[in-house]
Design a protein around this ligand. Sequence first.
Ligand code: ADP
Ligand code: ZN
Ligand code: ZN
Length: 757
Amino acid sequence: MPVPPDLFARVALDTPLTTLFDYRVQYTGHGEPPIVPGQLVQVPFGRRQVVGVVWEMTQRSEVPSQKIRSLEIAWRELPPLPADWRALMEFAARYYQRALGEVALPALPTHLRSAARWPRLLAERGARHFRLDPRGESALLASLPARAKARRRLAEGLCAAGTLDADEARALCAQAPELLHQWAAQGWVIVENTDADDYADAAAPLEVAAAPRLTDEQQAAFEAIDAALRREDAAPAPFLLHGVTGSGKTEVYLHAVAAALLHPGAQVLVLVPEINLTPQLEQVFRRRFPKETLATLHSGLAEGERARHWLAAHRGRARIVLGTRLAVLASLPHLRLIVVDEEHDPSYKQQESLRYSARDLAVWRAHQRGIPIVLGSATPSLDSWRRAQQGRYRLLTLRERASPDAVLPEVRLIDLQREGQAQRALEDGLAQPLLGAVAQRLARGQQSLLFLNRRGYAPVLACDACGWISGCPRCSAHLVLHKSERRLRCHHCGLEAAIPRACPDCGNLDLAPLGRGTQRIEETLARRFPNARIARIDADSTRRKGSAQALFDEVHAGAIDILVGTQMVAKGHDFRNVTLVGVINADAALFSHDFRAGERLFSQLMQVSGRAGRAGQPGEVLIQTRYADHPLYAALLRHDYAGFAAGQLAEREQASLPPFTHQALLRAEARALAVALEFLQTARDLGQTPELASAQVTLYDPVPMTLVRVANSERAQLLVESPSRPALQQFLSGWVARLRDTKTAARWYLEVDPLDI
Ligand code: ADP
Ligand code: ZN
Ligand code: ZN
């Protein structure tokens, strides 16, 4: 019999090293390769055992044969991660300039990355059967010494019967469960769940909801998507669904999802920006598709749950997968449609480790699979809007609110300059006209929503006598006063301190809060409207798991009269009885150094305005401002996203800013700013050597970041820019490879397509 050639698995491991790692693989008795790409395996790595993903199989390894180690454990019961998932990981690694393993392994739920948990993950529910793999028969018996009586009894029993259930197995040998799973890992035994169910959420039966009749605009949008779903020949261009708030974008998604699910086995992926929006949307989907298995994926799930949901998606059992940005990295072998709701939302961008944009990866994924993707928003990102203008995305427009009785709210400005004696007219930050409007809603039994993007009681505590202010000792930032918790808190490094009873510098007892946060507004309202039921929704009031949902439920149930909140309340929620939205302090963002601040503010205000007047009663939006002439507000009063976007794009083009150029940031931090700056200077010099430099790529001077110190680290950055994305990509890959070999005491990372500059 010919000797089979050597065989090696090339495995991706979670390390910053950009190579795959080779392991020798033993053939099974029949000469066919026992391992395939995409399989999860556990391999020795240094002194540890670690989980990796097999990326390719090869008959030749560069590693000297005495150094190469053997692959011993593979998770054979798990279908391999499909080729399109692996392609997505490769793309993300390449695009964001990271090592493949650093991308692929963290994309898996934690429980899948521990081999000890594998047997249980697939077998948690349902009765189990153990079936002998015909290829395992001789190997299994051969592996057991004659003196291992109990183990041999189990093996022989299994060989004789072909399958055993858990009780039969235990009767033969007390350690049967462990042994059978070990043998399964060797590929000798197959574990089967009788009801083949690793995932079935026993959700309470819900009232099934019938679909409403689509409006003409909704119908047209749906038909375009449906046509793309039917066409199999070419990859459809992404759809940009631009619909005013309340225009019923969700209904278009639901119809598109229903159409996609007509294909046998097909899966759909629906992305939302905020964890808090998933329960609401999950209900909507469960009601509409009561027979389909739905899995959610977001960071709020317990690890075990997340692993089960992920597996349900991976095995094709979950046909609807609904999640936040991390869901875009899930394995979805039968993916047929992707929906990205609120596509403009900055939360789609991950701000740590792999700094990816879930929206951008979703677009890539759809393109690669040749399936439709729907990007929905009332205020699309300028990037997506421009692509639609260029015809690269297909624009679908909903101009009207969907409910026959809902109209867009009237937006008015409260001019604080004109209110005269601004300070006196403002009772703790709330102008008289706004207070009057709230009182009116209270009298009518309607709800008001007050929006203020600043949590805490006051952004800073100050001493009038000597000028002391509460600074964070570890950051170049202020400590925020949290009165109800009696603490000062740094929102950047998390430092907490007691509220000093007197000024630490001069002993003055009269320390005063400066400025206003949500807590202070809540306090003012409580004083002003003692009988009103007031709730505050921000990151502080919703720290406990489930508390945000509970508060939102109260609002929906009408148990709240006045809701005060940060951008958490602005997004997506369909409040039926809110007829007044008050915007308390939006001006701060008008003059930010960040060129995207205007775009973000406009979309936030449009979003929060969209919470008013959604059902029947007309809505009103009041915006307090000192800059009533500002063009951003003018566009907002007209509900004119297109006009606003055109103005912004013209400015960006003039200034050669994104989307007219492409950017990356190299960021470095160290104990001393000089160390960070020196590394960046070295990096810049390196990038300008003839070997790397590109005429199309500009490297700017290293500069300290605006918030230079956080948690005792000093931070600096270097901007890289190019009008050509491929040129930028090519430059970055050569540059980063060299940077990896550069010695420095600074920690550094690269961010491609940064959102905050
Ligand atoms: P958007 O996400 O575009 O802001 P929603 O999807 O939340 O809007 O829809 C707004 C409201 O309009 C919801 O209460 C929804 O039930 C209702 N709605 C959507 N489509 C229709 C329709 N065709 N007929 C009647 N009501 C609709
Ligand atoms: Zn003082
Ligand atoms: Zn701090």
